[in-house]
Design a protein. Structure first.
Length: 477
C-alpha cells in the first residue's frame, strides 16, 4: 500500500481562463494548505492534481482536456494520485468527464470550490483502502463509485471565496465580490456555468481587503463577472448611488491601500454615479477595462449587448473627461455569426477612432447551449483569422503610439518583483496598468534586498518603449 511517509500529500493546481478562475484556485489552495497539504510547482511532484477549467472559449476547453489526457498515464503509473476537474468546464460537463477521461476522480463545479478539500481527503482515504464500497474488497481505480461529482447549486457560495494564500512580499491581490451573471449575451456560457448574480456584503469585502493590506498588499482588484452591477438585486441605492459605488467608497477608505482596480464591467453599468466616482476617488487607478465586443450595431443587437456603438463611444469620452490620462482597454470578438465585411469594418473603424491602450481580440468560438451557436451564417475560420490578425495590428499600433508618448515622462510604478525575462531587473505596473521594467537603484537597493522592497511605489523616468513594455530608470530620492 502506498503511503505518504511523514509528510502530508502534495498538490498541484493548474488554472485556465480568467482572473476569477485564478482567484478561485487560490481559495482551493488555501483550504488544502490549511489542512497541511503542500503546494508544489509541477504535477510530477504531486499526489493531487487539480485543473481549474474555463468554458468561455473552445481553446481553453481543449487545453484542459488535453492536459488531463496526458496526465492519464500518471494515473496508471501512480494509482494513489487524485486527479480532478474544477470550475466552469466541470460545471458544464459534469459526470461525462469521468466517462471521457477514466483517470479523473473528482469533478467540482463553480459553486463548490469550498468543498474541494473535503472531497480530496475522502478520495485519498478511498485510494488507500480505508474506505471502499462494501461490495468491492479491493481497490478499483476505474470504478466510478470511487469518484466524486458535485456540480449542484449552493446558496451563499459567493461568500466562500474569501481566503488567500499570499506569497512572501505579495503586492497585489484579487478580491472576488460576486458570482454569476444575468446578462445572457448570446455568445456566452457563463450564466449556465456560474449561475445567477449573487453578491457578497460590503462588510465582508472590506474585511478581506483590510486583512490583505495588513499582510502587505498595496493594490487590490475587485472581481465580478459584471463587476459594476454588484449588489443590484441584494442592496438598495443610497443617496442615488449604486451598491457598487458604495463598495468602491468603502474599500477606498481602507488605510494602507494604495491602489484600487475593478474588472470586468459592462457598459450598461456605467451610470453617472460611477463616472463621478472615477473622477473623485484618488486610489482608483486610471485604467478602465471596458468590453466592446463589436462596433456594429447589428452585431451588438445579435449579441444582446444592450448598447450601441454610438453609446459606447460616448461612454469612453465621458470616462476620459472624468479622469485625465485614463487608459481604456477592451475585449472584441471577430467573426460572430452574420458578421459581414461591413460589420467588421465598423468594428475596425471604431477601434481606430477610440485608440485603445490594449485589447483582447478573440475569434468567435461556438459554445454548446448558447443561442449564437445555433445562429445561421457562421463565419469561416479562415475569415475569422484574417479579421483577428488585422484587428490585432490596429490595436498594436495604438498601443505602441501610447507607450511611445510616455518616453521621457515620469511615472509611478508599484514594484511587484523581479522581471520574468531578466531576474536582474525589477518589474512593476503604472497606475494605467502598463508594465515597466527597471534596474535596482544602487543607492536604495543593495544586493539581496530587492525582494524586501516589493510593494514600494517607485518613481521611474521612462527611457524607451519596446513591444508591450516600458523601460526606465528609478529616480533617486
Amino acid at each position: 500500500m502506498y503511503c505518504f511517509a511523514s509528510s502530508m500529500p502534495k498538490f498541484f493546481i493548474k488554472t485556465y481562463g480568467c482572473q476569477m478562475n485564478e482567484r478561485d484556485s487560490e481559495q482551493v489552495a488555501h483550504s488544502l494548505a490549511a489542512r497541511g497539504y503542500e503546494r508544489v510547482g509541477h504535477e510530477l511532484e504531486a499526489d493531487v492534481v487539480l485543473l481549474n477549467t474555463c468554458s468561455v472559449r473552445d481553446m481553453a476547453d481543449q487545453k484542459a482536456l488535453g492536459k488531463m489526457g496526458m496526465l492519464g498515464r500518471l494515473a496508471k503509473e501512480r494509482p494513489h494520485m487524485v486527479f480532478g476537474f474544477l470550475g466552469c468546464m466541470a460545471q458544464a460537463r459534469g459526470a461525462s468527464l469521468l466517462k471521457d477521461l477514466p483517470g479523473v476522480d473528482l469533478v467540482v463545479g463553480t459553486q463548490k470550490f469550498h468543498r474541494v478539500a473535503d472531497y480530496v481527503d475522502e478520495l485519498i482515504k478511498k485510494k488507500h483502502g480505508r474506505a471502499r464500497p462494501p461490495s468491492r474488497p479491493h481497490r478499483a481505480m476505474d470504478d466510478l463509485r470511487f469518484s466524486v461529482v458535485d456540480v449542484e447549486e449552493e446558496a451563499g457560495s459567493q461568500s466562500t471565496i474569501r481566503d488567500q494564500e499570499l506569497t512572501p512580499s505579495q503586492a497585489t491581490a484579487f478580491v472576488s465580490i460576486m458570482q454569476g451573471c444575468n446578462m445572457h449575451c448570446t455568445f456566452c456560457i457563463v450564466p449556465q456555468t456560474r449561475g445567477a448574480e449573487r453578491s457578497r456584503s460590503i462588510d465582508e469585502i472590506v474585511a478581506e481587503v483590510r486583512d490583505l493590506v495588513s499582510r502587505g498588499v498595496k493594490e487590490v482588484t475587485l472581481l465580478g463577472q459584471i463587476v459594476n452591477l454588484y449588489g443590484r438585486h441584494e442592496f438598495p441605492k443610497v443617496d442615488n448611488k449604486s451598491p457598487f459605488v458604495h463598495l468602491l467608497e468603502s474599500v477606498h477608505e481602507v488605510e494602507g491601500l494604495e491602489r484600487l482596480r475593478f474588472t470586468s464591467p459592462h457598459p450598461i453599468g456605467f451610470r453617472d454615479d460611477l463616472i463621478d466616482a472615477i473622477s473623485r476617488l484618488p486610489k482608483l487607478a486610471e485604467h478602465v477595462h471596458l468590453p466592446l465586443q463589436s462596433g456594429s450595431n447589428k452585431i451588438l443587437k445579435a449579441m444582446h449587448r444592450a448598447y450601441t456603438a454610438e453609446k459606447y463611444l460616448d461612454l469612453v469620452e465621458r470616462i476620459r473627461r472624468a479622469r485625465n490620462g485614463v487608459a481604456i482597454t477592451t475585449d472584441i470578438i471577430v467573426g460572430f455569426p452574420g458578421e459581414t465585411d461591413d460589420d467588421y469594418r465598423q468594428t475596425r473603424d471604431l477601434a481606430e477612432e477610440i485608440q485603445f491602450d490594449n485589447a483582447f481580440v478573440f475569434r468567435y468560438s461556438p459554445r454548446r447551449d448558447t443561442p449564437a451557436a445555433e445562429m445561421p451564417d457562421q463565419i469561416d475560420e479562415h475569415v475569422k483569422e484574417q479579421r483577428n490578425q488585422d484587428l490585432l495590428e490596429v490595436i498594436n499600433k495604438s498601443n505602441r503610439r501610447i507607450l511611445e508618448r510616455l518616453v521621457g515622462s515620469q511615472v509611478e510604478v508599484l514594484y511587484e518583483g523581479p522581471s520574468k525575462t531578466n531576474r536582474a531587473r525589477l518589474m512593476g505596473r503604472t497606475r494605467t496598468n502598463k508594465i515597466v521594467v527597471f534596474p535596482p537603484s544602487p543607492k536604495r537597493r543593495p544586493t539581496g534586498e530587492s525582494e524586501e522592497l516589493v510593494g514600494e511605489l517607485v518613481n521611474v523616468r521612462i527611457e524607451r518603449a519596446n513591444g508591450f513594455s516600458l523601460y526606465g530608470m528609478p529616480l533617486l530620492e
